[in-house]
Ligand binder design. Structure first.
Ligand code: UD1
Length: 340
């Protein structure tokens, strides 16, 4: 049984990936500094998979500690690196906090595990900005990042690509996520936003449960079917399964080059209003929403071409908006009844 290290394994995408790795027969070790997650997620994971993965509370910016961890875990055969700051607005206010954390942790990780490493990196469709051609393929040019957060994803990809060019035993897959939403079918794990959610779906579920007021739709004058912005929403469980496929590809030595990039989306765009209506339809709940101005930094429309991940990674998203909305809603209700 191969042992996979998941950094940020108590976070939203990390926790779902831990579950899918276990389901696929991998042993999982988690590193997390708990800066944006709750240690109770480990108990929740245990309730789903029947065992508690090994866990180290550790800050990846602490080089000595990362080195010591790697030294004592030489049987780790692959790393999935989620641990990073991800709040767009905060990154504009505190750019150095973002550059320091997101780069030091990545560099320390690579240095500690040496040149012979299989690494899956958590990237984002934010690297495309507003693409000129839709659906956007992996070959599309990257655009100047709208925020320091987005810039950390772009530069991290460059760091990895440039390092792979000179370290042949370093094997990396960068996964560019579109908009991850939803929660595990058990409703035992899901997204845990701190404070007022900035992302659409957690705002919707918190509004529906009465924790927030009306949803503001940021703009209805875009050049889209109903005027609201279009995104490619993807169920977090589908996303988690793609990480298993990426790990498997690296472990089997199937990678065509030692640095590869894949889009992870459904290939289908939905407007903000379509998401709101999908929530109402799949849950039977009524949402209050108002139309507000555009949010600065938002692109008009983006959705992914997923041909490469379908054909080469052998992975395809299976769950639609309905499952995304109903699972997110079940998780919100679970949180109401079992507050963290
Ligand atoms: C955001 C980040 C992106 C990051 C991703 C991670 C920005 C500008 N981009 O993507 O870099 O990779 O999260 O999940 O923050 N919306 C509303 N009302 C709301 C909240 C959102 O109308 O209260 C709209 C937004 O304008 C957007 C869509 O819903 O059109 C999705 O927004 P969000 O969930 O924040 O994701 P992105 O902005 O696409």
């Amino acid at each position: 049984m191969s042992k996979i290290l998941v950094t940020g394994g108590t976070g939203f995408i990390g926790s779902h990936t831990v579950v899918e790795l276990h389901n696929a027969g991998y042993e999982v070790v988690i590193i997390d500094n708990l800066s944006n997650s709750n240690p109770r997620i480990l108990d929740q994971i245990e309730s789903i998979i029947g065992l508690k993965p090994e866990f180290a509370e550790l800050d990846l910016c602490d080089e000595a500690k990362v080195n010591a961890f790697a030294e004592s875990h030489q049987d780790i055969s692959g790393v999935i690196h989620f641990a990073a700051y991800k709040a767009v607005g905060e990154s504009v206010q505190q750019p150095l906090k973002y550059y320091r954390n997101n780069f030091y942790s990545l560099i320390n990780l690579i240095n500690a595990f040496g040149s012979k490493l299989n690494l899956v990196f958590s990237s984002s469709c934010t690297v495309y900005g507003q693409p000129d051609v839709l659906p956007v393929t992996e070959e599309a040019p990257t655009k100047k990042a709208e925020s320091p957060y987005g810039n950390t994803k772009q530069i991290a990809e460059e760091i990895l690509q440039e390092t792979c060019a000179v370290v042949p035993d370093l094997k990396v897959i960068s996964l560019r996520y579109f908009n991850p939403v939803g929660a595990h079918a058990s409703a035992l794990i899901g997204e845990l936003p701190i404070g007022v959610p900035q992302n659409l779906v957690p705002f919707i579920t918190q509004s529906a449960i009465g924790k927030r007021g009306a949803i503001t739709v940021f703009g209805n004058d875009y050049n889209t079917p109903d005027g609201s912005a279009v995104r490619d929403y993807i169920h977090v469980v589908d996303l988690a399964k793609a990480h298993v496929a990426a790990v498997r590809r690296l472990e089997n030595g199937d990678a065509a080059q030692n640095y590869e990039v894949f889009n992870l989306g459904t290939g289908k765009g939905s407007t903000v209003l379509e998401v709101i209506h999908a929530f109402e339809q799949s849950t039977g709940e009524k949402l209050d929403y108002i139309i507000g101005p555009r949010r600065s930094g938002d692109v008009e429309k983006v959705w992914g071409d997923v041909t490469k991940s379908t054909q080469i990674l052998g992975w395809k998203a299976e769950l639609g908006l309905e499952e995304m909305m109903s699972s997110a809603w079940n998780w919100e209700k679970y949180l109401r009844d079992n507050p963290f």
